[in-house]
Design a protein around this ligand. Structure first.
Ligand code: GLV
Ligand code: MN
Length: 223
């Protein structure tokens, strides 16, 4: 049998890494190394990627249940919408498990404004109402559809998306993510209400408007 030369072995390892790269790039949170790791959010002096685990002896049945999504969100705000997060911050048992969910309430005409999730793909199901769901690809193609109760959608990781209630009553959506903490970059706040703020001339040039237009937008989003 012919023994492969050292350069052949190098070439094979290189090809293997190239083959595995797409798999690595498409994964979300890393896999868990233990059965569970209920986040110990009080261990604030330790900074890790995620949260340290509560000692197993202190974990209780209640840690694995969360009723935060049972409550109707308050939609009396400028957008007429409310997002209630069931992520590792509110439901610490999600720590290291790579999943989370949200509840999205929309008043009639309400909008969950354009936003992205830097760490997760989102899927969702309309529970009640009629909802226009839209997202834009990196190639600037807009995909959208009006969905009714029971119908699902998916938003690939990192893409700008929104949901708008186009029915006459309230609407409810439940969303799910392949991350314990997907993150949310809400574009109106990100662009017009950052700290410190992006200079007006930058935004005016970017959006091809007069600076006074930017000056009139910023106060709408400052808290
Ligand atoms: C909806 O887009 C959500 O982020 O829950
Ligand atoms: Mn979203």
């Amino acid at each position: 049998m012919k023994i492969p030369s050292r350069s052949h072995v190098h070439m094979l390892s290189y090809l293997l890494v190239l083959l595995l790269l797409p798999l690595l790039a498409s994964s979300a949170d890393p896999d868990s190394l233990q059965d569970f790791c209920v986040a110990d959010q009080s261990a604030s002096s330790i900074s890790v990627n995620g949260y340290p685990c509560k000692p197993a002896s202190k974990v209780t049945t209640d840690d694995f249940f969360f009723d935060g999504l049972t409550k109707v969100g308050d939609t009396s705000n400028i957008f007429g919408s409310s997002v209630t997060a069931g992520n590792v911050l509110s439901f610490p048992a999600l720590n290291t498990l790579g999943i989370s969910m949200n509840r999205v309430d929309l008043a009639a005409g309400g909008l969950n404004p354009p936003h992205t999730h830097p760490r997760a793909t989102e899927s969702g199901v309309v529970i009640s109402g009629q909802v226009l769901v839209g997202f834009v690809t990196p190639g600037n193609v807009y995909h959208s559809k009006v969905l009714y109760a029971g119908q699902m959608f998916v938003i690939p990781r990192g893409l700008v998306h929104f949901q708008k209630n186009v029915g006459t009553g309230i609407a409810l959506i439940v969303t799910a993510f392949n991350s314990q903490l997907p993150g949310a970059v809400v574009l109106p706040f990100n662009l017009f209400a950052s700290t410190p703020t992006i200079p007006n001339d930058v935004l005016a040039r970017a959006f091809q408007v007069e600076e006074k237009v930017i000056e009139s937008i910023k106060p709408k989003f400052s808290s």
